[in-house]
Design a protein around this ligand. Sequence first.
Ligand SMILES: [Zn+2]
Length: 105
Amino acid sequence: MGFVRNIEVEGRLSIPKEIRDRRQIYCGCEIIIKPEVGKLILSVSDSLNCIFCCDNTDLELVYFKGKIVCKQCLNIVLANATALKKIDETLDMENRNTNMIKMKK
Ligand SMILES: [Zn+2]
């Protein structure tokens, strides 16, 4: 017995997160629906999409930490990581300066 889901407004069907995670199905993934007598067969297309923007057109896709990401989104992620690192370093320096002032008192 599999998962039971109700058809939502406009015919939408949600795939349980457990299955999406296990099968690496992300937003934008192409799902092929094949109607057969008494059942529907869902299969995941071989087309790949960026995990963030769900796009696969005109964008170069790369693997990053096991996920598929377009270079445009990867640059945004890396820029944010660099910015966060700078904030951490600034806060760390401020904490050190504050501790030094406290020690002098
Ligand atoms: Zn992207």
